[in-house]
Design a protein around this ligand. Structure first.
Ligand code: NAD
Length: 457
């Protein structure tokens, strides 16, 4: 059995039957048998079922947000935000799928003798292995376009958000997506590994670099498509010309929203030396005002840590930084209350010898470091294995674009952070992963091109 524990209270909210490797094999067989019929249904009909699913999710939004909060501890207002963002993503996919996968005649001779055409076929049966921090986002980025383009989906939600996974499956079924076309698989690493052992046609994984590497090593020899959306150590550089209070507020939100448990949370802040004393003062004031507490309370901004084991990582990184000369401006420890709460933590006087400036933290901890100029900021921003997002705050757009062009990240933010658009590819470099979801690229990712050479005999 899988015990689902509410991280705000430590109480068990559900006991779920875990799938076994045998179940996973039979789920694969069912998904494989069902896929071709699903792909043969007209696209308009597949779209109609996703439209129905979208309406069911909207109608159940409050209940679904509560379910998410009870299993992950995400503050309820942020859980509703996630469902709102999910709706916008479905809208994008519905508006763009027809054009994205339409056959395209790319050459036709005047004589009518020769035609060249590109067609898109579904991959087949895909594995969608998901993280817990934004299950609607990271799951939906995969299963919505995968289903629209005619794939069947074996969906393994994280063992920390399985109830959301089961709710998704129930609503898809109610929307008349066939049972065998979308199958949830409940469990952790063992079920994930059993899924990868099936003769699947593609893997779309969201999670840590360590697990992603294992996934890649497992499937690479089989020459199937894989995409990995992994961790980050995302930097922001604050230039001397900014509105300091507004920038401190915006970047503190970028660091601490969802208790910092976002792949694109700001984990490193570089601030131009001349303004760092005032910036730190403003930043500390914003952090001190965060409401920490019961995630079901509408006014809570920081809830508990979803995966309590991660707290050992925060403690290790903070101890390492302090031993090497960093100062804890605020926080630095667990909160004395039940549940897995960790105080939002700001470290100053940090440098790149410290783990906290190099390894993913994935929690409410940030290091702020002074830099002399743009060149030093670029060098430090690039001093990482990861490359998910990077941001620059300045009034000068040309300066920001010049800096960000030199930073090796999939996403570049000018005067914003922790922002995702369905119209733009979500894509990592280095240890942040391979491939893209969202945008038109995140629709065609679930298809394979077929090149037609048609010559009249
Ligand atoms: P994780 O790597 O522990 O687990 C991810 C998923 O992999 C889970 O469903 C887990 O059960 C499964 N899994 C574990 N071992 C497996 C194995 N051997 N074979 C197959 N599947 C296995 O990560 P997590 O704690 O769920 O998520 C946090 C990580 O995800 C962070 O690093 C975060 O940055 C990253 N993330 C990235 C993005 C992105 O878009 N780049 C988005 C969200 C989260």
């Amino acid at each position: 059995m899988l015990s689902v524990v509410n991280p705000a209270s430590g109480s068990v909210v559900a006991e779920l039957v875990e799938d076994t490797p045998e179940n996973v094999a039979s789920a694969y067989a069912r998904a494989h048998a069902a896929q071709k019929a699903w792909a043969r249904i007209a696209l308009a009909e597949r779209m109609a079922r996703i439209v129905r699913f979208r309406a069911l999710v909207a109608a159940a939004k409050d209940d679904l947000a509560r379910t998410l909060t009870s299993e992950t501890g995400k503050p309820i207002a942020q859980a509703r935000n996630e469902l709102g963002g999910f709706d916008a993503r479905i809208e994008f996919f519905l508006e763009n799928v027809e054009t994205a996968i339409a056959d395209q005649v790319v050459h036709s001779e005047k004589s009518g003798k020769v035609e060249e055409r590109i067609a898109h076929s579904p991959l087949g049966v895909i594995a969608n292995i998901s993280a817990w921090n934004y299950p609607w986002f990271v799951g939906g980025n995969v299963f919505i376009p995968a289903l629209l383009t005619g794939n069947s989906v074996l969906y393994k939600p994280s063992e920390f958000s399985p109830m959301t996974g089961l709710a998704i499956a129930r609503l898809l079924r109610e929307a008349r997506v066939p049972d065998d076309v979308f199958i949830p698989l409940i469990g952790g690493a063992v079920v994930g590994a059993a899924l990868l052992a099936q003769p699947i046609d593609g893997v779309f994984f969201t999670g840590s670099y360590a697990t992603g590497k294992r996934v890649a090593e497992t499937v690479a020899p089989r020459m199937i498509k894989y995409q990995l959306e992994l961790g980050g150590k995302d930097p922001v550089y604050v230039c001397e010309d900014v509105d300091i209070a507004a920038t401190a507020a915006a970047t503190a939100d970028g660091a601490f929203y969802n208790a910092g448990q976002s792949c694109c949370a700001i984990e490193r802040l570089y601030v131009q030396r001349d303004i760092i004393p005032r910036f730190i003062e403003e930043f500390a004031q914003v952090v001190a005002a965060f409401r920490i507490g019961d995630p079901l309370d509408e006014s809570t901004y920081i809830g508990p840590i979803t995966r309590p084991a991660q707290i050992a990582v925060f403690e290790r990184q903070i101890a390492d930084a302090v031993a090497k000369g960093a100062k804890v401006l605020c926080g630095g420890k667990r909160l004395a209350r039940s549940g897995s709460y960790f105080a939002p933590t700001v470290l100053v006087d940090v440098d790149h010898t410290m783990e906290v400036m190099r390894d993913e933290t994935f929690g409410p901890v940030i290091g702020i470091m002074a830099v002399a100029d743009d060149a030093e900021a670029v060098r430090l921003m690039n001093d990482t294995e990861y490359g998910l997002t990077a941001g620059v705050y300045t009034r000068d757009r040309a300066r920001a674009e010049a800096i960000l062009a030199d930073v090796d990240s999939g996403t570049a933010y000018w005067n914003c952070c922790d922002r995702v658009s369905p119209r733009l590819p979500w894509t990592g470099r280095g240890w942040s992963g391979i491939g893209s979801t969202l945008s038109v690229a995140g629709i065609t990712a679930f298809t394979q091109p077929k090149a037609w050479h048609l010559v009249r005999g």
